[in-house]
Design a protein around this ligand. Structure first.
Ligand SMILES: [Zn+2]
Ligand SMILES: [Zn+2]
Length: 388
């Protein structure tokens, strides 16, 4: 009886929590330092809050030029001037979005849902978009995945981006927001305008990915695995139960499936001698490093002594991947490679092919991440409490 009560209470709590969707504070347009921006409405009148207090409404045809000069923040519209001491915040009163245009050397114009809060950070403006998390996720999926990727691929991206956002919600707290809009966190260029992405986000609303211990996963990804993904510990030393090697035939005909590089044999041997003290007078060693044909992914060049880690070679030589064969060709050595990126976790091009082949996103997720589960993010605390 008590258990039924607990479950009912839990379901009720999750339902209440869903109706109170949390905002994410995204630090936006930070790449070019701004001392002046234009904030406009795309449809409805704008509601203006100065230092947290409602200060008025601007007609849809009006806008605000917000600037910082001499340590002072000022905001002017066509009809009035707002005196600001801490921050000015703008949101639409109805439909539409808030358009932000930068007025510096780099001209950027983006539309945002939620509100735009502008404050001073040193001599420049700090712009924060407070946006419901599901709308933020849709914006990220659109910015990160682009157009024409298919519903199931967008669903996969939606659960990954949401999981990342929740995991990293404190990443920028010292800066005055949760996450930034660049590659440092997740690329976010404002409101989502692709219907398929919005559908994918709605279909996976509140879902996040957890491992066998109900911990949010790091849904790491790369462009193309070349046919086989890597164990996390083989690339980054630290094992992770859900980041284990998996075979992948889906990505083999994709744009980044193979690569090719030729290098003078002397340059290759010099590098190995300099970096790993390889004895280049030893015929067996030289043969090992100029004829290498692994049947599957390997961490080192077989038969070479000392050990030559392929991941380090990849970094030093700027190869697309650490998955390659080597063969001699006259005075050169030829590297025939497979894949692009570190090879750990989700293979993007493989996942896209699986989605195009009609596989559901849950199957794609489980193909690349071992023993993971999809859970409602509002249940995470419940599971954690149960585990104690
Ligand atoms: Zn960031
Ligand atoms: Zn792959």
């Amino acid at each position: 009886m008590f258990r039924i009560f607990v479950i009912c209470f839990f379901l009720f709590s999750a339902a209440v929590a869903k109706t109170q969707q949390k905002d994410v504070a995204v630090g936006i347009l930070r790449s070019a330092e701004q001392d002046q921006v234009l904030v406009l409405s795309t449809q409805s009148p704008l509601v203006v809050l100065v230092d947290g207090q409602r200060a008025g409404e601007l007609s849809a045809k009006d806008g605000l030029r917000i600037s910082v000069a001499g340590g002072l923040l000022t905001a002017k519209s066509l009809s009035r001037v707002f005196n600001v001491s801490r921050s000015i915040s703008v949101r639409t009163s109805g439909h539409g979005t808030v358009r932000v245009s930068t007025l510096g050397k780099v001209k950027i114009e983006r539309d945002y849902s939620g509100s735009i809060e502008v404050s001073r950070s040193g001599g420049s403006l700090l712009l924060v978009n407070n946006v419901p998390i599901e709308e933020y996720v849709a914006g990220v999926v659109q910015s990160e995945a682009g157009d024409h990727k298919g519903l199931e691929y967008y669903k996969l991206q939606a659960v990954s981006c949401r999981t990342y956002a929740i995991t990293n919600i404190r990443k920028h707290l010292p800066d005055g927001f949760n996450v930034c809009d660049g590659t440092h966190c997740q690329v976010y260029k404002g409101v989502c305008k692709l219907d398929t992405v919005s559908q994918a986000v709605a279909a996976t609303a509140d879902m996040v990915v957890v491992d066998a211990d109900i911990r949010l996963i790091h849904a790491t990804f790369h462009s193309n695995c070349g046919g086989e993904t890597m164990n996390a510990e083989d690339v980054w030393s630290r094992p992770e139960a859900y980041l284990v090697s998996a075979m992948d035939t889906f990505c083999l005909r994709s744009p980044h499936a193979t690569w090719h590089k030729t290098m003078p044999r002397s340059k290759w041997l010099d590098y190995l001698h300099r970096t790993y003290k390889l004895n280049t007078s030893d015929t067996a060693s030289v043969r090992a490093v100029t004829t290498f044909d692994p049947t599957c992914r390997s961490m080192y060049i077989d038969g070479a002594s000392p050990l030559i880690p392929l991941e380090q070679v990849r970094t030093d030589m700027k190869f697309n991947s650490a998955y390659f064969t080597i063969w001699p060709n006259g005075d050169d050595v030829v590297f025939d490679g497979r894949g692009f990126g570190h090879g750990v976790g989700l293979c993007q091009e493989g996942a896209m092919c699986m989605a195009r082949a009609g596989l559901p996103f849950t199957e794609i997720l489980h193909h690349y991440f071992a023993e993971v589960h999809l859970v409602d993010l509002h249940t995470l605390d419940f599971f954690r409490d149960e585990g104690r």
